[in-house]
Design a protein around this ligand. Structure first.
Ligand code: ATP
Ligand code: MG
Length: 553
């Protein structure tokens, strides 16, 4: 399958890969027909999804079955009047119906809006009106149902609500709806079919820095994830890949569908509610997962387990992204498993933008090097390209070409789009520096970087230094305004179990930071807390700590 869409599939060096990987995008590409249905035609018994949940239920879906289910689902949506361009929100957690729905909506040329089950009714009202959502399909769980019902009077565009797993007054019964629908869906052609520039997906970002933004992707987007799956996650033909992500976040389409299937690899789905490290390790072992991708926190919990108790011999390759990976976590995971964590950097707006690719030696704490197709630069405050060693904002130059899989803009918000993307440059809002080998090192989000007495201090480095101390379980570094220094460094710390807060410990942690990084970076203020403010996707919201500090002044 890959050969169809790539200039070449074999690379042995970063330089060769960077210069020669070209993704070919055919006209009117539609992932559901051109990839899933194509497999269904040529190799119907090839496994696409291996699914299991906490209760022990297990299911396997072949491409032949996925074609059938997505055709049924497309017919069902069509019977309700859903057509090309119509926005449908999916709150389906890790249920397999998510895959039926997204493929069916692709077949119809409709707009899929995946969302998390943690949305409150206020969040749903905001999203439904921001995107004129026509229909919501969700899991049958009391909280989710309640929030959607509570939002109903303020979401006039939502014509249908459908529940999987059961029926309820005022709701469509999705499961029996698709069972009754025909399993043959005719691909609409010409004006009725999807076009490459149509919106296929709308994602709300994590909201780490402010209100979530609506990121729009087109029908070419899946091809951009060949890079993600084949060359960063290193998935293999016939393998079984697991990316830990709820289907409400873009990370799910990075790791649970497009690039993996294009590369001939099945996806593994573990449908759980609460992350229990031991249980996740057990399913990886039991189902012989071959490649694994997760955010740093998952690995942070893994290394606290005795990994020698689990048979992880099937696991060949592990990748990490979403937040910076502290070198300490890298080395402990390597010590326990012999696997080198391969880090990458990206955003909902992009695909893998900077990564550690299979033929590169990872440098712990570095994100890797620019991805092929991405013209990456670091710019200083005056817009000049940085020298090696100088800190600047990561930007993507798009004058010559927009990378495959890069977003089209923020939906219905031209001003916001323009503010980050103008004159052929997209500003990621993230700061980094480049070493003499071309590797990029994350410094922090531009808004989170601290300026103290003329120095610029990246929160990530100080957080990593603190995490090396056994007393620190989690921490966030932020700026506090200071009349003399402009800003000073503050650490908000969650202590490890056997430690208690004291003046003495403050001093110890400060000394520790002074020892492992440049002394001017040490936190002059340390606050001990039991919880850090996080987004619903689990990222630390430093903006909220700054705001609380400001309000309490
Ligand atoms: P919002 O834009 O609403 O504030 P968000 O940026 O957190 O939310 P995402 O698109 O999910 O939403 O996350 C992308 C961001 O995650 C990047 O801009 C970067 O700050 C961070 N990130 C991703 N990978 C890495 C990495 N390897 N190292 C450091 N940071 C990373
Ligand atoms: Mg962002």
């Amino acid at each position: 399958m890959l050969e169809k869409y790539l200039s070449r599939v074999d690379f042995t060096s970063y330089e060769d890969f960077y210069e020669n990987l070209k993704i070919n995008v055919p006209e009117n590409f539609n992932f559901a027909y051109d990839v899933v249905d194509e497999y269904a035609k040529t190799t119907p018994d090839k496994v696409a999804i291996v699914w299991c949940d906490k209760s022990g239920a297990e299911k396997t879906f072949t491409f032949g079955q996925l074609k059938e289910y997505s055709d049924k689902t497309a017919n069902y949506f069509k019977s309700l009047g859903i057509k090309r361009g119509d926005p449908v929100m999916l709150i389906l957690k890790r249920r397999y119906e998510f895959w039926f729905c997204i493929l069916a909506l692709h077949k119809l040329g409709a707009v899929t809006i995946p969302a998390t089950h943690l949305l409150t009714s206020k969040d749903i009202v905001y999203r439904a009106n921001a995107a004129d959502i026509k229909m919501i399909v969700c899991v049958n769980e009391p909280e989710v149902v309640m929030h959607i019902e509570d939002s109903a009077s303020k979401t006039p565009t939502v014509k249908y609500k459908a529940l999987i797993d059961g029926s309820k007054d005022g709701w469509l019964d999705f499961s029996s709806g698709i069972e009754e629908a025909s399993n043959e869906f005719q691909r609409p052609l010409g004006e009725l079919g999807s076009h490459n520039s149509d919106i296929s997906l709308l994602y709300f970002t994590s909201g780490t820095t402010g209100m979530p933004k609506m990121v729009q992707h087109d029908y070419e987007y899946p091809l951009g994830h060949i890079l993600t799956a084949r060359y960063w996650q290193n998935v293999s033909e016939g393998g079984l890949h697991l990316t830990v992500a709820d289907t409400g976040w873009a990370k799910a389409v990075w790791g649970k569908i497009y690039g993996q299937w294009l590369s001939g690899c099945a996806v593994f789905v573990y449908d759980f509610d609460k992350f229990v490290p031991k249980e996740l390790l057990e399913v990886i072992s039991k189902h012989h997962v071959t490649s694994f991708c997760a955010p740093p926190t998952i690995y942070r919990f893994f290394i606290k387990e005795d990994l020698s108790k689990f048979d992880l011999s099937s696991l060949k390759y592990c990748t990490v992204a979403g937040e910076p990976l502290n070198p300490e976590v890298y080395s402990q995971f390597y010590k326990a498993t012999g696997i080198k964590l391969m880090e990458a950097f990206g955003q909902t707006e992009l695909t893998v933008t900077v990564g550690t690719f299979p033929w590169m030696e990872p440098k712990p704490g570095s994100m890797g090097k620019p991805s092929p197709g991405y013209d990456i630069d670091l710019l200083d405050e005056n817009g000049n390209s940085c020298q090696d060693g100088e800190e600047g904002q990561i930007v993507v130059r798009t004058t010559k070409k927009k990378p495959a899989g890069m977003f089209g803009g923020y939906y219905r918000d031209e001003a916001l789009t323009k503010s980050v993307w103008h004159d052929g440059i997209y500003y990621t809002g993230d700061m980094a520096w480049r070493d003499e080998d071309g590797y990029l090192w994350f410094v922090g989000r531009a808004d989170d970087v601290i300026k103290s007495s003329g120095y610029r201090i990246g929160p990530f480095e100080v957080e990593s230094a603190l995490l090396e101390h056994p007393a620190v379980l989690e921490c966030a570094i932020t700026a506090v305004p200071d009349p003399i220094r402009g800003q000073i460094v503050k650490a908000t710390v969650i202590l490890a179990k056997s430690y208690t807060a004291s003046e003495e410990l403050v001093k110890k942690l400060q000394d520790h930071v002074k020892k492992v990084t440049a002394p001017y970076k040490y936190p002059r203020i340390i606050e001990f807390v039991t919880e850090l403010p996080k987004t619903i996707s689990g990222k630390i919201r430093r903006v909220e700590i700054r705001q609380t500090d400001k309000d309490s002044k």
